[in-house]
Write a protein that binds this ligand. Structure first.
Ligand code: 5GP
Ligand code: MN
Length: 346
């Protein structure tokens, strides 16, 4: 957690405004739910769980979507509420209400950003400290472990009871952003929320195996290659150490894998004992790379990501890079010393 007023959560006025928006909805209102590009478990889980909650409230004109190709990553293809999803191209052009999930800024909405202007109202649910408050009403709680924490609070205020469908979505979101209850964000309140979700009868073993512990054999081999070329730089980040690797489109093609399988690669890299900072550079187009950064606590990697045009949390951040892998890692290295927590430049 960081200090300062930006870190305080929504005010009573913010909650009241959000409730008023949702309670006043006619049942035929066209409500468009949007989560961030390349959706992860928190983006999809908080969006679909909240969507199922709105359905229970009687809202019928619901759509859920995300920018880019309408492909749900395999680990999330069992999520309840997937029937709410529509391809971005088919999303209401001028919805009565837009609700955004887990997106720190408008840029994370890609081509769907135009819906914000054309919508009757826009509500933002998020937990990034860097959130730019781009909605008319913003429920942004940087102390929340996941966007699904904010989503559950709002559902409770609306009087929507948790059912197993809603709970499974919110559980996937909560476990994604807490690293299955391993990260510092795992507060007593997180476990209390998990207890409420589990009490609906959802099966945590099945869900975790499906979402976190299953990947095609081709991805296992691809991970092996990417890990085999990882580099350790003990002197980087003011001596805290950097470990990094990369995977290209040709690697994906050779192993017959979709790009999203690489999202889990950072978890196999960041366990390196000799480095505080870990990085995976993943090619998304001939001159475009999605970069993931993680820290064990000595370096504020969101500073590096923001300096390079991205964003995120202190210890988990990312950005889109251009050029060669070496050029991208050079740029990261140059920003790491200044991002060591407690360093004068930061
Ligand atoms: P991941 O490495 O899992 O893709 O992302 C880690 C964190 O960084 C997430 O909170 C995500 O929202 C943020 N992040 C990743 N890529 C980008 C990016 O290109 N732009 C911004 N603003 N944030 C990003
Ligand atoms: Mn999140």
């Amino acid at each position: 957690m960081e200090a300062g007023p930006v870190d305080s959560g929504p005010t009573d006025g913010d909650w009241a405004a959000a409730e008023a928006l949702l309670r006043g909805l006619p049942s035929d209102a066209r409500v468009l739910l949007i989560c961030h590009v390349n959706p992860d478990g928190d983006a999809l889980g908080s969006m679909l769980g909240f969507g199922l909650g709105l359905r229970r409230l009687g809202v019928r004109g619901l759509q859920a979507t995300f920018p880019g190709p309408p492909e749900v990553p395999e680990p999330f293809r069992g999520l309840p509420g997937l029937d709410l999803l529509v391809p971005a191209a088919e999303a209401y052009p001028d919805p009565d209400l837009v609700i955004c999930f887990d997106a720190a800024s408008e840029s994370r909405l890609g081509d769907l950003v135009d819906r914000l202007e054309r919508a009757g109202a826009a509500l933002v649910l998020d937990h990034h400290a860097s959130n730019t408050r781009f909605g008319g009403v913003n429920l942004v709680d940087p102390r929340a472990a996941a966007t699904s924490v904010v989503a559950e609070q709002l559902l409770t205020r609306l009087g929507v009871p948790l059912d197993a469908g809603i709970a499974e979505c919110l559980y996937v979101a909560l476990t994604t952003d807490t690293g299955s209850f391993r990260f510092e964000a795992t507060t007593p309140a997180v476990h209390e929320m998990a207890a409420r979700l589990l009490a609906t009868g959802i099966r945590p073993g099945d869900i975790s195996r499906r979402v976190f512990d299953t990947r095609p054999f081709g991805a296992v081999r691809l991970f092996g290659e990417a890990l085999g070329r990882a580099r350790l730089e003990p002197a980087a980040a003011g001596g805290r150490g950097l470990v990094w690797t990369w995977a290209g489109l040709d690697d994906l093609a050779r192993h017959g894998q979709r790009p999203y399988v690489l999202e889990a690669l950072i978890d196999s890299v960041r366990c390196t004992a000799e480095a505080d900072v870990s990085c995976v550079v993943k090619q998304t187009a001939p001159d475009e790379w999605a970069v993931s950064l993680r820290s064990k606590g000595a370096v504020d990697v969101s500073r590096v990501a923001v300096a390079l045009g991205g964003g995120g949390h202190r210890f988990a951040a990312g950005f889109t890079g251009h050029g060669t892998v070496d050029e991208i890692v050079d740029r990261i290295r140059a920003h790491l010393d200044g991002a060591v927590i407690g360093s004068v430049t930061g």
